[in-house]
Design a protein around this ligand. Structure first.
Ligand SMILES: *[C@@H]1O[C@H](CO)[C@@H](O)[C@H](O)[C@H]1NC(C)=O
Ligand SMILES: *[C@@H]1O[C@H](CO)[C@@H](O)[C@H](O)[C@H]1NC(C)=O
Ligand SMILES: *[C@@H]1O[C@H](CO)[C@@H](O)[C@H](O)[C@H]1NC(C)=O
Length: 367
């Protein structure tokens, strides 16, 4: 009697365990299946050669002087939200209108469709493409093609990524300078940086292309196979040196140049996977131009360093210091879990530029 009771308990517990394991396996396999709504939206987008989600009104409300194209990733909601609440929050300043647009790609099994549709609806700043979320190059190319169609009148595009911090004050001031009396361009400066090359390119778009950023001299592809994803085979890139290119941290281009890059980029059946080298080096080389120097400070390093660079402009000796900061990295750039970086940098930047926003003609605040 006792024994059979024990047996029954054992049987019962075994059945429970088997049931639990079965339930667990079934549940985890269900999790990698597509959400049916996502599947329908994806197939619909593929058959129509359209994005899965897009905000087609993005550029229809105002004239847009500069469109901030931020390459993101489906799961990077916190990066996008941090940008929306910090540097991406200023769309009207110095009489210049900017607009942000986040680009994300598709990844099978991610099941982000519901979240991304809510985000697109609430924020109206999202472009969810069918191209692979891991391909920076394809996301950028397809986003430019989308802009060509849906934002034809945006004057400039500033391309950057969601782990970086942009100085929107400086970007707006620069665009305002370029818009103001462009015919009287000689000897124009912004914070002691000459704008000659930008004006020359801007004034004569028939003869020039307009692409400016953090320009690097030609460098060698990584040929050491032990370097993982950085390794570049000769099949991928045959030459010994990359062309001169601009860092993916951020580059400014006009619509004509952007459209040229799209046209040339789509001719390539195997676009190079490092998007900055491809978009600002390889394609311009084929089209016979270069990415030129944007004469402001780019910084890759810690948030403390970034903040100290910004603070220098709160000093009297601004004339003698390096040009003001246009882009710096946040801890997200090296995968640190530091979303507070965006807010810390933003607080300092707003303080330093605060006076200028309310009284654009005034000098920098003195300390
Ligand atoms: C772009 O500008 C042209 C000419 O000013 C105008 O006709 C057109 O409607 C504008 N397009 C959009 C999408 O705003
Ligand atoms: C910056 O301004 C100072 C003072 O006006 C001048 O001496 C210096 O040459 C300028 N530097 C640059 C790079 O224009
Ligand atoms: C490739 O990289 C590894 C690890 O960094 C190093 O030990 C090795 O010497 C390198 N090989 C060549 C040919 O440079």
């Amino acid at each position: 009697m006792r024994r059979s009771c024990k047996d029954r308990t054992f049987l019962f517990l075994s059945a429970l365990l088997i049931f639990y394991i079965g339930w667990f396996v079934l549940n985890s396999s269900l999790r990698i299946l597509r959400d049916p709504a996502e599947e329908i939206a994806y197939l619909h987008a593929i058959s129509g050669s359209s994005p899965i989600l897009h905000n087609i009104q993005l550029c229809s409300y105002n004239d847009i002087d500069v469109l901030n194209l931020i390459v993101s990733s489906g799961s990077h909601f916190l990066e996008r939200q941090s940008i929306r609440e910090t540097w991406g929050s200023m769309s009207h300043m110095f009489n210049i209108h900017s607009q942000r647009l986040f680009v994300v790609g598709y990844q099978y099994g991610n099941n982000l469709y519901k979240d991304l549709s809510n985000e697109a609806q609430n924020e109206q700043d999202l472009l969810y493409l069918t191209v692979d979320d891991n391909s920076m190059t394809l996301k950028e190319l397809y986003a430019y093609r989308w802009l060509e169609r849906y934002c034809p009148n945006a004057t400039f595009t500033f391309k950057t990524e969601d782990d970086l911090f942009i100085n929107p004050f400086l970007l707006h001031e620069l665009v305002r300078e370029l818009k103001t009396q462009p015919d009287r361009f000689q000897n124009r400066h912004l914070y002691n940086s000459s704008l000659d090359s930008l004006f020359l390119a801007h004034l004569n778009p028939d003869a020039h292309t307009f692409l400016f950023g953090w320009a690097f001299q030609p460098g060698k592809p990584e040929r050491n196979t032990s370097m993982g994803p950085y390794y570049v085979s000769y099949k991928e890139y045959a030459k010994d040196l990359y062309p001169r290119y601009c860092s993916s941290f951020g580059y400014l281009m006009d619509s004509k140049t952007r459209n040229l890059l799209v046209q040339e980029g789509f001719k390539d059946k195997n676009p190079f996977r490092f998007s900055d080298i491809f978009m600002t080096g390889i394609l311009p080389e084929r089209l016979n131009f270069i990415c030129d120097v944007l004469p402001f400070t780019y910084h890759q390093g810690t948030t403390e360093q970034c903040i100290s660079i910004i603070k220098r402009y709160n000093k009297k000796d601004i004339q003698s210091s390096i040009p003001p900061l246009i882009v710096c990295s946040t801890g997200r750039h090296i995968a640190q879990n530091t979303f507070s970086d965006y807010y810390r940098i933003w607080t300092v930047l707003k303080y330093v530029y605060g006076d200028r926003v309310h009284n654009p003609r005034s000098k920098m605040p003195k300390d």
